[in-house]
Design a protein around this ligand. Structure first.
Ligand SMILES: Nc1ncnc2c1ncn2[C@@H]1O[C@H](COP(=O)(O)OP(=O)(O)O)[C@@H](O)[C@H]1O
Ligand SMILES: Cc1ncc(COP(=O)(O)O)c(N)n1
Length: 558
């Protein structure tokens, strides 16, 4: 065994290998198996019926998606194992199925318990997935018994896949044993020779080589070469735990050349699950068709970005926090300033104009601040001529102001800017990015508004998934060239058919807002204005005045 030894406090964990309770020890009764088969037949005839009725059926679906099967342990804390694999594959845009080899009781402090799934049931899970779903790549994580390795190798011989990624998990970041030293022979003799790539960390590489010391990148290179001699096509020795290194260096050996993948070392406690994530991301990229080199490069970049993003998040009280695979959790912790869109947000919609700000000598941030303090209920940044860098800078500054006041902040047209600054949404025109595409890019939560002049456009806006309609120009305006005026009649027609809230726009100001709001048109929630606020000496005062008139004329109608 060389000097690969576990500290004494890990003995408690090793006990599980002798006294674990088999999970699923009862095999499935025969009658339930026959039920599964009869269900399959029912499905087939249903599919045929559906086709006859012109509905989509299982047989009609032809788009195969990249697919990784992970064979690993469950982490109750959700940071590593199966849970990390599912999240990583989802983030990388790959379908992930799961065969669970063990269930761990685990959190940010450590591993409190391990319950190994009986071999026959691991075999059954493997057969279910491999025989029907034909994954492209299999990725392994925690394989807690030699019997499970045997079952896996047999299944892989029976059902061929494009690639096998082996993460030889042995000890968790917390130092708890997940697969004891008795696994080494199975790894070396059975699994590694079948692997397209194996991804040991320093401790695992050392253990596979009988306990050699690994302290430098040069040591990692020679370890990669020695492990390659065991049989895998590629070896990636991970240097996350390399002592005294300012970079996080991983070494790839493909049997011929060495490659060093370097990233900055992120200072964070939230690194639980990095190894699982790296391996499943490599598997995901291989499933998409990448070479091993590209797969490792992309996976490493992804882990670094996600670690950096997650460096400050707080989940659990221990030293091994999970990280944020989707890079979205922080946004939700600022929830107090973000709430779902409400139609009443459209009451007084301030749309910016940089030429007017220039004319009055004020910054976009100050202009937006004055509008919001005066009572604007939603703001749109509309910069038709700005360079991208300036646009983004302005967007970030305005977003800060709007978040502070709990007012939604939208970007005109530029979805990239909205994404880059995490604005609350976008407003698009009929010839900009289609709403359906914008929705796919921005996801379900962001606000999408669209300009509509006709009832047909309003109907389509609803079908396509917009949140509100901007209808106009109600009056002639010089803030938009060649804009056809729809008038109060056109506005009313759109409001009558619309299933979405409507905001009126175009030439509206304090002198002509009353007839708009007094139309009493259904779904009309407010007015959007540019010059009436931003082409005035005091934006704050004008906003207050206009807001009062809108509220009064709305009350008069009701
Ligand atoms: N603090 C860190 N900053 C940046 N990358 C890291 C950090 N810690 C680990 N990594 C990277 O995460 C991946 C997983 O490595 P490692 O943590 O060594 O694996 P394991 O979780 O199996 O111990 C590697 O690509 C490694 O370089
Ligand atoms: C079920 C399971 N599988 C793998 C790991 C390794 O992950 P880490 O090294 O980050 O603790 C783990 N802790 N739990």
């Amino acid at each position: 065994m060389g000097n690969f030894c576990f500290p004494i406090w890990h003995l408690r964990n090793c006990l599980y290998y002798f006294c674990f309770q088999p999970l699923c020890s009862n095999s499935v009764p025969l009658h339930s198996i026959s039920r599964v088969f009869s269900k399959t037949r029912v499905l087939h005839s249903k599919a045929m019926l559906q086709e006859e009725e012109g509905k989509p059926s299982v047989a009609a679906a032809k788009l195969r998606v990249p697919h990784v099967l992970t064979v690993a342990g469950s982490d109750s804390g959700g940071g590593a194992g199966i849970q990390a694999d599912l999240k990583a594959c989802a983030e990388r845009g790959v379908y992930c199925s799961t065969v669970i080899t063990a269930v761990t009781a685990q959190n940010t402090v450590g591993v409190q318990g391990v319950n190994i799934v009986v071999e026959d049931f691991v075999r059954e899970q493997l057969k279910s997935v491999l025989s029907d779903m034909h994954p492209d790549v299999v990725k392994t994580g925690m394989l807690p018994s030699p019997g499970i390795v045997k079952v896996l190798c047999q299944s892989l011989k029976e059902f061929q896949v494009k690639a096998l990624v082996v993460d030889p998990v042995m000890v968790s970041t917390s130092g708890d044993v997940l697969a004891g030293p008795m696994m080494l022979a199975s790894f070396r003799e059975e699994l590694l020779p079948m692997a397209d790539i194996v991804t040991p960390n320093l401790r695992e590489a050392s253990a596979l080589l009988g306990g050699v010391a690994l302290e430098t990148v040069a040591d990692m290179r020679s370890a990669a070469k020695s492990i390659h001699d065991i049989g895998p096509r590629n070896v990636l020795v991970k240097g996350g735990d390399l002592p005294a290194s300012s970079d996080a260096v991983d070494v790839l050996f493909d049997g011929k050349d060495f490659y060093e993948f370097r990233s900055s070392r992120i200072k964070t406690f939230n690194s639980h699950g990095t190894g699982c994530t790296l391996a499943s991301s490599i598997a995901a990229e291989l499933a998409k068709g990448s070479s091993v080199f590209s797969a490792v490069k992309i996976a490493k970049r992804y882990v670094e970005t996600a670690l950096d993003y997650s460096r400050d998040i707080l989940i659990g009280g221990g030293q091994q926090g999970p990280f944020d695979h989707f890079m979205k959790l922080k946004g939700n912790s600022m929830k107090s300033t973000r709430r779902p869109f409400e139609p009443s947000d459209l009451l007084l919609y301030a749309v910016t104009d940089s030429r007017m700000n220039k004319k009055w000598g004020r910054s976009i941030r100050d202009a937006v601040k004055a509008a919001v303090e005066g009572g604007a209920t939603i703001v749109q940044l509309r910069e038709k001529d700005a360079d991208t860098g300036d646009f983004l800078g302005a967007a970030k500054a305005c977003l800060e102001v709007c978040r502070h006041h709990g007012v939604p902040f939208l970007i005109n047209d530029r979805i990239d800017i909205a994404l880059a600054c995490d604005a609350d949404g976008v407003h698009v025109g009929q010839s900009d990015m289609p709403v359906r595409v914008a929705r796919t890019i921005l996801g379900p939560d962001k606000i999408i508004g669209i300009s509509c002049k006709t009832p047909e456009q309003a109907e389509k806006a609803w079908i396509d998934g917009a949140d509100y309609i901007g209808c106009g120009g109600v009056y002639p305006t010089n803030t938009k060239e060649n804009n056809i005026t729809v008038g109060l009649d056109g506005l009313k027609k759109v409001c009558l058919v619309s299933k979405l809230p409507v905001v009126a726009i175009g030439g509206i100001g304090i002198s002509n807002v009353k007839p708009v709001m007094e139309l009493g048109a259904p779904n009309l929630e407010g007015v959007a204005v540019v010059s009436a606020l931003f082409d005035r000496e005091s934006i704050l005062v004008e906003t207050e005045k206009l807001r009062r008139v809108i509220i009064d004329s709305t009350k008069a109608v009701k």
